[in-house]
Design a protein around this ligand. Sequence first.
Ligand SMILES: Cc1ncc(COP(=O)(O)O)c(C=O)c1O
Length: 398
Amino acid sequence: MIGLSKLTSQHFQDDAVPLELLQQRAFNSRWAQQEADVIPLTAADPDFRICPAIRQRLVDYATEGVMSYGPPLGLPEFRSTVAQWFQSNRGITCGPEDVFATDSAAAGMAAIARASLEIGDEVLIPDPVDFLFEHTVQRAGGIPKRVAISYEMTAAEYIEELEKQLTNRTKMIWLCNPHNPLGRVFAAEWLRAVANWSIEHGLKILSDEIWSDIVYQPHVHTSVAALSPEIAQQTVTVYGFSKNFALAGLRVGCLICADPLWREQIVEAADAPSTVFGVSVLSQVAAIAAITDGGSWLTEFRQHLQDQRDYTVQRLSAWPETKVDVPQGTYVIFPRPTHPHIEELVEEMKRSAKVALVPGSARWFGPGAVGHLRICFATSRGILAEAFDRLDRFWAQS
Ligand SMILES: Cc1ncc(COP(=O)(O)O)c(C=O)c1O
């Protein structure tokens, strides 16, 4: 049995999960929206309190008591902190002027779609991938074209799939790295090949890197915009603080765009200059604290998650005829049990085993997800073990 590593910090022990608060505050298919006896391994949102340094910074800032308007593109300190972080951690050549603070990664994607697409323009998106890809393209009047992707697929194979969906209406390609729900981390050479193909075809690139801090050794994250100045000019990188620092409720993210004209169009499309759009100053303060003072908490969180990942893989190996790909990054896993109706299976698991999972349905991830389940393991070992014990009993009875 895989145990927790000796180094697992107090922040991620069983008694660190604030269950009563989660039952009041964790929405989006999680504790606050489930019956009291159901364990929700559903939306990718950790069950832990945020890093103490962020909590302290929020308290200090609120106590000072000044909450004036911020500038439309984000606080100067937010923009410079993010730029420095991307320079030093991702090798992206950027300055504060390239950074735009967004009201979540999701809002960043929506603004990029609105700025970059005309009605009927096509966007190549992976199949499967998080539902926001399809949703934000469609909301902007664009047409998402699904491109089959898998955990093993080489760049040459993916390019072959891209070629099949390319038309004269194709304007963009959207990448998800690390990939939700596959858990794959794309290597530099894979990204370079796909980015070069995209540029050859005149496509702009959106790279969603919200998961880029949750990568397990020996894998490393590569930002596509770091690969060459030419790729950087054609790319907008989307980033956020919901997954790495558990700040989903603060709705804060950012994007990095080296092309000043494109960036201006995105800012306009977001409607930031009018103040209709704008990230709460308090949320930006939390994000600054995360980057400047959250490093050791994040390292401990990642260690805990790696232990949880290994444990999850081990528990899934006991399931009947279930295909499991080991996540290289993210804290979701995407097994494929042998079952003809996955949505019914998920319903049944919730009803009789009292464990809620996300079905791999077209609605959430695209048609390529059908037959899979998505399980989030960003919880304590105690809760995860209890969920798997319940599911073992479920399988034994079915
Ligand atoms: C790939 C991906 N992009 C974007 C988001 C949305 O993040 P945010 O909470 O910052 O809107 C998620 C959340 O699950 C995600 O998995």
